[in-house]
Design a protein around this ligand. Structure first.
Ligand SMILES: Cc1ncc(COP(=O)(O)O)c(C=O)c1O
Length: 388
């Protein structure tokens, strides 16, 4: 019987072993570069997932997926974790969240419609909206008492001007803001008033830090807002991005009805291993997830200390969820694209802020979903770059 723990540890990660991985994080850059960029964590996989996948391989169980059990497993997880009652018939399986966003936009909006996003934001939001023939409408985040949050006035102005959908990122990548229930309700009220569809990417939701409460937009209820869809998956929280499995959750019967316009074939693009791993994660992965969140919360504080002591001029506000740190280099001499200089000079790969919108100029995103030693080494390399 599995104890829910990791197959190995969270902090005893051996860099030479990590460098044997063939995922994009570990192969994109030269071998002397320390990769702390794309949103993949370095931890050993949770034991229940490890066992589920090994069992499938040992049985040569490598065929097409059955996605049917996903909805119930996700609904139980959402209920146990967040007290959110999900109707299983409102859950659709999809290969990944970004594909899901494109399909939901196609189902809920018309060609040429404006879709609001809050830059700086996860870069594929821009390309996904454009790839389905919709228009990006930018309502940048605003800082309220130093906390980046949604500009409600800007949002309303965009809705008044005719935007038909709002692609929300909550928890927000890259800033790590988790919107409170009252912030979500204010957005829901605006969206209802203007008949705007809310599509909420909540992929980082399970990684919300202690002291902050994650509320899914789709849990607010049909009375508050009917045209709501949330997208979640096990892929960030349990680090399964390559396995291809996510869920689209309609927040009301009418949103579920709108989603029936999505192609039937969507679920055939889901990965069989993605389904098996997600079932293991949702049903038996809670203990590992708790341990993971505890670990990244420790790294989050470590990074605060290191930035303050080693990186003069760099600003960092701790994320309320997840393992991504949005570092502000604008007071340093690294220019508009600090990630480029950090790569070439410091041999450390962060994600560039520029593709996340104009507001990302002078910023870079660091992934601390790794060991304390790797976080410390990444900061050392950034410090060397700043001193060069
Ligand atoms: C906010 C957000 N949405 C979506 C994704 C990608 O999800 P998927 O691989 O399921 O498309 C990421 C990955 O980092 C992300 O941060």
């Amino acid at each position: 019987m599995s104890d829910g723990s990791a197959t190995g540890g969270f902090d005893d990660l051996a860099l030479p072993l990590l460098r044997l991985r063939r995922s994009v994080k570990w192969t994109q850059y030269e071998p002397d570069v320390l990769p702390v960029w794309i949103a993949e964590m370095d931890f050993d996989v949770a034991r229940p997932i490890h066992e589920a996948l090994l069992e499938a391989v040992s049985r040569s169980d490598l065929g097409y997926p059955t996605t049917d059990p996903l909805a119930d497993a996700f609904a139980r997880f959402a209920h146990d974790r967040w007290g959110w009652t999900v109707q299983s018939e409102h859950v659709y399986a999809v290969s990944d969240v970004v594909t899901g966003i494109g399909e939901v936009l196609l189902a809920m909006t018309e060609p040429g419609d404006g879709v609001v996003i809050n830059p700086p934001v996860y870069a594929p939001f821009f390309s996904t909206i454009e790839s389905v023939g919709r228009r990006v409408v930018s309502v940048p985040l605003v800082a309220v008492a130093g906390r980046p949050t949604v500009d409600l006035e800007g949002l309303e102005a965009a809705f008044v001007a005719g935007a038909r959908a709002y692609l929300l990122c909550n928890p927000h990548n890259p800033t790590g803001t988790v919107l409170s229930k009252s912030e979500l309700e204010a957005i829901a009220d605006l969206a209802s008033r203007y008949g705007v569809a809310v599509i909420s990417d909540e992929i980082h939701g399970p990684l919300t830090h202690p002291g902050t409460t994650f509320v899914s937009f789709a849990s607010l209820g049909a009375d508050r807002c009917k045209r709501v869809v949330s997208l979640l998956s096990a892929s960030k929280a349990w680090n399964l991005a390559g396995l291809k499995c996510a869920v689209i959750v309609a927040g009301s019967p009418s949103a579920a009805e709108e989603l029936r316009r999505m192609p039937e074939s969507l679920r055939y693009h889901v990965g069989h291993f993605g389904v098996l791993a997600s079932l293991a994660a949702f049903t038996e992965g809670g203990a590992w997830l708790d341990e993971c969140v505890r670990h990244i919360a420790v790294n989050r504080s470590l990074l605060s200390e290191l930035v303050a002591s080693e990186l003069p001029g760099v600003r960092y506000r701790e994320p309320e969820a997840g393992y991504l740190a949005w570092l502000d280099f604008r007071e340093t001499h690294l220019g508009d694209d600090p990630a480029e200089v950090l790569h070439t000079v410091g041999r450390v790969a962060l994600s560039p802020g520029g593709p996340m919108g104009d507001q990302g100029r002078g910023f870079a995103r660091l992934n601390f979903g790794t060991s304390a030693a790797i976080v410390t080494e990444a900061v050392r390399r950034i410090a060397v770059t700043l001193a060069a």
